[in-house]
Ligand binder design. Structure first.
Ligand code: B12
Ligand code: SF4
Length: 640
C-alpha cells in the first residue's frame, strides 16, 4: 500500500508543567519534515489548540490514509481512543513517542493499533512511506499473520544536522495564545541536541537514547532560531530549549550564545540542564544569560546525597549550591525539580525539600511525585518488588502516587506535593523574583507599584486557574494545604532584612498612608486559613508576615473568601462587608488615595535604583543558614 495523505495527532491531555508551557507537537513536526517531499499532504492536529473540532470532522475533511498518534503515558487512553476512531474509517494506525517505545507489546495488544514506531522515527517513517509496508524496517513493531513482529531497534539519529528542521508550517492552532496572554511574548521550541548522557533510574532518557547525547552544529541552531524569529514576525519571543540537558557540550552553547549576543533579537530562552555542568562553567553561564538564556531548570531531585547516588544522579550538594548561586549572581531564573515519595523517604524528609530549595536560593521549584515511567530502571525495580498498585498510565503524570511507598499513604504524598509548593512559594520569594527581573530588564531600577500588582495578579491568576485544573476533584483541601504551608517565620525575617521599599517605588504611598498594619485574611467559608500582615511606617515597609491566626490590632483588615476568589462580584462584596463591619472605610479610602498619588508621582519621574542591603548581594536568598533540624521544627508551626 502506498500512503499519500498522512494525519498526525497530538492528543489533548495537559498536566503538570503543561499548564506553564502547553505542549507543542514539535516531535510530529520533525516526523512531517522528514516525509513531506514523498507524500501528497500532511495534517498535524495538536488537540491542545484544537479543542472544539472532533477528530472525526478532521478525518472526514482531510481524508487521510495513514493515521499516527504521539503519546506520553498520560495520553495512553486518549491516544488509544483516537486510534479506535481512526479504525472506524478503516485507516492504518500507528503510535510513537517516549511511552509506546519501551512497551510495544502492551500497545499492540489493542486491535486499533497497527504499528508502534519505536525510538526516534524520522528515518523509520521515511523508509515506511517509501516502501509502503513495515517489513524489515528497523524500529517498527507490527502484526503479520496474526503475530506481533518486532523489527530490530533503530539507533538514535547520529547526525542531527542531517535532519530537516521541524515543519512548523503545519501548525493551524494559535500555539502562542497562552504566552501572548501571559508574558506578552510569542513562544516556540528548539532543540540543540537529543538524549542525555545521564543514567538517572527514573528518567526515560537512558532507555530512549541509551544515554548517548548527540549535538547539532551551533551555527545551524542559530539559523533555525533566526527562522523561528521571522516566522513569529519578529515579535518578542520565548523559546524553550527542548533538550533534556542543554549543556551536554558546553562549547557548543558558548558559541550559540556568542551568535545570539551579536544578533541582538528580542528572544529569551529557557533550558533544562544538569546542575554539575552549570557549576563547572561560570564563564559560559555569564555569556548564556547575556544571550537571553535566562530560565534554568535543573534536576536537583533531593538534598539527600545518598538518594542522589541511589537514583544514579551523580551530583552532590556542593554542586547544586554552586550552580544556584552562579545563576543568582547573574540574575537568571534559578529553577529546578525535586522528586518526592521515593521508596523509604519519610514525611519529615520531604518537608525539608522546599526549605532546602530556599536555602540554595532557588527562585522556581517544581516537586514531582516519583513515577515509574515505562522502560525505566525505576519501573523495573518496583515492578519486581510488586510495589506498583496503579497500572492506569493516565495517572503517571508525576502528581499521583502509583506505587506503595512504604512510609506514607498515596493521599498524603499527593498532599505533600502541594505543601512543598506552598512552602516554597511563600510571599517573600516574590521579592527575589522581582529583584532578579529588574536587574535583567531594567538595569536594577525600582519597580512601580502598578507593575508589581500586575506581576502578582498574573501569578495569582496562573495559580488559581492552573491549580483548579490540576486538582479538579479536591481543590478545597489543596488550597488549605497550600496556604497553610506559606505560614512560616522566615517571611517576616527576610522582608525585614530586604525592605520592600528598597525594591518598589513606594515613596509617595508611604508618605500618605503612614503607619499602617494591613491584614489580608484568607478564609474558606467559615474557616480561617491564613493572615498576611503588611506593616508600614511613613518611610518604610517594615515587614510582611504570614500568620495562622488573625491579629486584632490591624488598621485595615481585608477578608478574602477563597471559595469566592473566582467570582468577582461576590468577592468584592465580601471584602467590603469586612471593612464596613470594622469601621475601617476611612483607612481604606486613605490607602486608595495613597496608591493613586503614588502612581501619578511614579509616572512623573525616572525611577531610581533598588537599594538592597549588602547582605543580599553577598548571600542571595538565604538569611538563616541551612539546618535540617531547625527546618523540621517548622512543621509543628504549620497546620498540615
Ligand atoms: C521538552 C519536554 C517537555 C516540555 C515540552 C513538551 C512538549 N512540547 O510537548 C514541557 C516542559 C512542557 C514538558 C512537560 C511535561 N513533561 Co516533558 N519532556 C520534555 C523532553 C525533555 C523532550 C521532549 C521532546 O520534545 N523531545 C524531542 C522530540 C523530537 O522527541 P520525541 O517526542 O521522542 O519524538 C520522536 C520519537 O519519539 C518519535 N515519535 C514521537 N511521537 C510519534 C508519533 C508517531 C506517529 C511517530 C511515527 C513517531 C513519533 O519520533 C519523534 C522524532 O524522532 C522529554 C524527554 C526527556 N529527555 O526527558 C520529557 C518527557 C517527554 N516529559 C515527560 C513528562 C512526565 C512531562 C510532564 C508530565 C512533567 C510534569 N510533571 O509536569 C509534563 C506533561 C506536559 C503535558 N502533557 O501537559 C516524560 C514523559 C514520560 C512518559 N513516558 O510518558 C519525559 C519522557 C521525561 C522523563 N521523565 O523521562 N516536557
Ligand atoms: S540528567 Fe536529567 S535528562 Fe539526564 S538522565 Fe538524568 S534526569 Fe534524565
Amino acid at each position: 500500500m502506498v500512503y499519500r495523505r498522512i494525519m498526525l495527532v497530538r492528543p489533548e491531555g495537559r498536566c503538570g508543567w503543561g499548564y506553564m508551557w502547553s505542549p507543542l507537537a514539535i516531535n510530529l513536526e520533525y516526523v512531517a519534515a522528514s516525509i513531506e517531499e514523498y507524500v501528497d499532504d500532511i495534517a498535524i492536529i495538536n488537540q491542545e489548540y484544537d479543542t472544539d473540532t472532533d477528530i472525526r470532522v478532521h478525518i472526514e475533511r482531510f481524508k487521510p490514509d495513514l493515521f499516527g498518534v504521539t503519546m506520553s503515558a498520560t495520553e495512553h487512553r486518549s491516544g488509544l481512543e483516537l486510534c479506535r476512531i481512526a479504525k472506524e474509517y478503516g485507516l492504518t494506525t500507528m503510535v510513537g513517542g517516549y511511552h509506546p517505545t519501551p512497551i510495544p507489546d502492551e500497545l499492540m495488544g489493542h486491535d486499533q493499533v497497527d504499528m508502534v514506531f519505536r525510538g526516534e522515527s524520522e528515518i523509520t517513517m521515511k523508509e515506511f512511506v517509501l516502501q509502503g509496508t513495515p517489513d524489515d524496517i528497523e524500529g517498527i513493531s507490527y502484526r503479520k499473520d496474526g503475530k506481533i513482529i518486532h523489527n530490530p531497534d533503530r539507533d538514535p539519529v547520529a547526525d542531527l544536522d542531517s535532519l530537516p528542521t521541524p515543519a512548523r508550517h503545519y501548525r493551524v492552532g494559535n500555539e502562542c495564545h497562552q504566552w501572548t496572554e501571559r508574558g506578552g511574548r510569542h513562544r516556540d521550541q528548539v532543540h540543540t541536541s537529543r538524549g542525555c548522557w545521564g543514567k538517572c533510574t527514573f528518567c526515560c532518557e537512558p532507555s530512549m537514547s541509551h544515554s548517548k547525547q548527540r549535538h547539532r552544529d551551533p551555527e545551524k541552531v542559530f539559523q533555525e532560531i533566526k527562522e523561528v524569529y521571522e516566522l513569529h514576525g519578529r515579535e518578542p519571543l520565548v523559546i524553550i530549549f527542548g533538550d533534556p540537558h542543554l549543556m551536554g557540550r558546553p562549547k557548543n552553547i558558548e558559541r550559540l550564545s556568542e551568535l545570539l549576543i551579536e544578533a541582538n533579537m528580542d528572544v529569551i530562552f529557557t533550558a533544562m540542564l544538569r546542575a554539575d555542568v552549570v557549576a563547572k562553567n561560570p564563564d559560559i553561564i555569564a555569556k548564556m544569560v547575556k544571550a537571553g538564556i535566562v530560565g534554568y531548570c535543573m534536576g536537583i531531585e533531593s538534598p539527600d546525597e545518598s538518594e542522589l547516588d541511589g537514583t544514579k544522579k551523580g551530583i552532590d550538594n556542593k554542586k547544586q549550591e554552586e550552580a544556584v548561586r552562579l545563576l543568582r549572581k547573574h540574575h537568571a531564573v534559578a529553577g529546578g525539580t525535586f522528586v518526592i515519595g521515593l521508596p523509604g523517604q519519610t514525611e519529615e524528609e520531604i518537608m525539608t525539600f522546599p526549605e532546602y530549595a530556599r536555602h540554595l536560593g532557588m527562585t522556581e521549584a517544581a516537586f514531582a511525585v516519583a513515577t515509574p515511567q515505562a522502560g525505566t530502571e525505576f519501573h523495573a525495580e518496583l515492578d519486581d518488588a510488586g510495589m506498583i498498585h496503579d497500572d492506569d498510565w493516565t495517572n503517571y503524570d508525576q502528581m499521583h502516587s502509583v506505587f506503595h511507598q512504604g512510609n506514607i499513604s498515596k493521599e498524603r504524598i499527593e498532599e505533600l506535593l502541594t505543601h512543598c509548593l506552598g512552602r516554597f512559594y511563600a510571599p517573600d520569594l516574590f521579592l527575589d523574583i522581582i529583584i532578579d527581573t529588574q536587574y535583567r530588564q531594567s538595569e536594577g531600577k525600582k519597580i512601580t507599584v502598578a507593575d508589581f500588582i500586575h506581576h502578582m495578579g498574573d501569578r495569582l491568576r496562573f495559580v488559581l486557574t492552573g491549580g483548579k485544573r490540576l486538582r479538579p476533584d479536591d481543590g478545597a483541601r489543596h488550597t488549605d494545604v497550600f496556604l497553610s504551608a506559606t505560614i512560616n517565620p522566615w517571611t517576616r525575617k527576610r522582608t525585614e532584612a530586604i525592605g520592600a521599599h528598597n525594591v518598589l517605588d513606594l515613596e509617595r504611598f508611604l508618605q500618605i498612608a503612614g503607619s499602617q498594619k494591613i491584614q489580608i485574611s484568607v478564609t474558606q467559608g467559615d474557616v480561617h486559613l491564613v493572615s498576611y500582615i503588611l506593616k508600614t511606617t511613613s518611610t518604610t515597609v517594615e515587614y510582611l508576615d504570614v500568620l495562622d491566626t488573625p491579629i486584632d490590632d490591624a488598621t485595615l483588615t481585608i477578608e478574602l473568601d477563597a471559595t469566592l476568589l473566582r467570582k468577582r462580584l461576590g468577592l468584592g462584596l465580601s471584602i467590603l462587608k469586612g471593612i464596613v463591619k470594622r469601621r475601617q472605610l476611612g483607612t481604606l479610602l486613605r490607602i486608595i488615595k495613597a496608591y493613586r498619588k503614588n502612581r501619578a508621582y511614579t509616572n512623573s519621574k525616572t525611577l531610581g535604583p533598588m537599594t538592597l542591603p549588602a547582605s543580599y548581594a553577598e548571600d542571595g536568598c538565604r538569611m538563616d543558614g541551612w539546618d535540617k533540624e531547625k527546618y523540621l521544627r517548622i512543621k509543628t508551626m504549620n497546620k498540615v
